[in-house]
Write a protein that binds this ligand. Structure first.
Ligand code: SF4
Length: 286
């Protein structure tokens, strides 16, 4: 699999310097690795996105994809997975998208432990609508909707996902592309709901590169046991999206539990339809 075969003809419209480029490169590298190492075929993968700058990522990767509604990526990809459990399904969402409009969907996807990968492009601002605060913006954030500074504290999505029952919880940084690619590969290989919050600077409305570059460090297996839920909470609290000196990235928590579809489909035969059969059903409804 060559990198260029995953490119599309779409012209990239992200701002120069946007952290989304790092996520796109990491995703591409992860997909190439999965195709070479696990014999994953492009037609076995589906990408979906929500609404926001992040959502354009599906235009730039030559893989079957679906534009969802704002905050509705988790139910969309859950439906895709339940319709065909053999697919590898990867959802992308922004922080406003996932943690604002769609937080209830995200919590229930994690609770059910559906075998999905969910990647949040967390720039901590609504970029596409020119700079409003989101649930992970720091207190005092000044933007179009909070010119005096946000009076709210951010919440910590890692703690929410750990509480909700996600069986794989990780944080990456868009400027550490190889590390992020390894997280995406591990998330796709994980049998269950795999969540990655990616620190993604918005170069135009909330440029956090210097802040992260000074603080981000990679978790080492020797110092952190991802099987230990209490240790995962403790590491997640080391930086709670507010002030802080050190920001851990890596896999915080990874355990195996039966997936939702394993429980749901136990003893049942998934209904499969040939392309011709599907065409006939669709045509009968036109
Ligand atoms: Fe990236 Fe921000 Fe520009 Fe959106 S507004 S493309 S998040 S730099």
């Amino acid at each position: 699999m060559e990198r260029k075969s995953l490119k599309t003809y779409a012209i990239n419209t992200w701002c120069p310097g946007c952290g989304n480029f790092g996520i796109l490169n990491a995703l591409t590298e992860a997909l190439i690795g999965l195709m070479e190492e696990d014999d994953l075929e492009p037609h076995q993968v589906v990408l979906a996105s929500g609404i926001g700058c992040h959502a354009k990522i599906v235009d730039y990767v030559n893989i079957n994809s679906f534009y969802s509604l704002h905050g509705r990526v988790p139910p969309t990809i859950s439906g895709i997975k339940l319709a065909n459990p053999e697919l590898t399904v990867i959802g992308h969402a922004g922080d406003g998208d996932a943690y604002g409009e769609g937080i209830e969907h995200l919590i229930f996807a994690a609770k059910r432990n559906i075998d999905l990968t969910f990647i949040v492009h967390n720039n901590r601002v609504y970029g596409l609508t020119t700079g409003q605060f989101t649930p992970t913006s720091p207190s005092g954030f000044k933007g179009r909707s909070t010119p005096q500074g946000s009076p709210e504290e951010p919440f910590n999505p890692l703690e929410i996902m750990l509480s909700a029952g996600a069986t794989f919880v990780a944080r990456g940084y868009s400027a550490r592309i190889k590390h992020l690619a390894s997280l995406i590969k591990a998330a796709v290989r994980h049998p269950g709901f795999a969540f990655i919050d990616v620190l993604q600077p918005c170069y135009t409305f909330f440029n956090t590169y210097d802040y992260y570059n000074e603080r981000v460090y990679e978790l080492e297996e020797a110092e952190h046991n991802p099987l230990d839920l209490e240790a995962a909470f403790s590491k997640a609290r080391e930086w709670a999206y507010g002030p802080g000196e050190r920001i851990p990235i890596g896999i915080f928590y990874r355990v195996q539990r039966p997936t939702y579809e394993e429980r749901l489909l136990k003893g049942r035969v998934p209904v499969k339809m040939s392309p011709q059969g599907l065409k006939e059903v669709l045509e009968s409804h036109l």
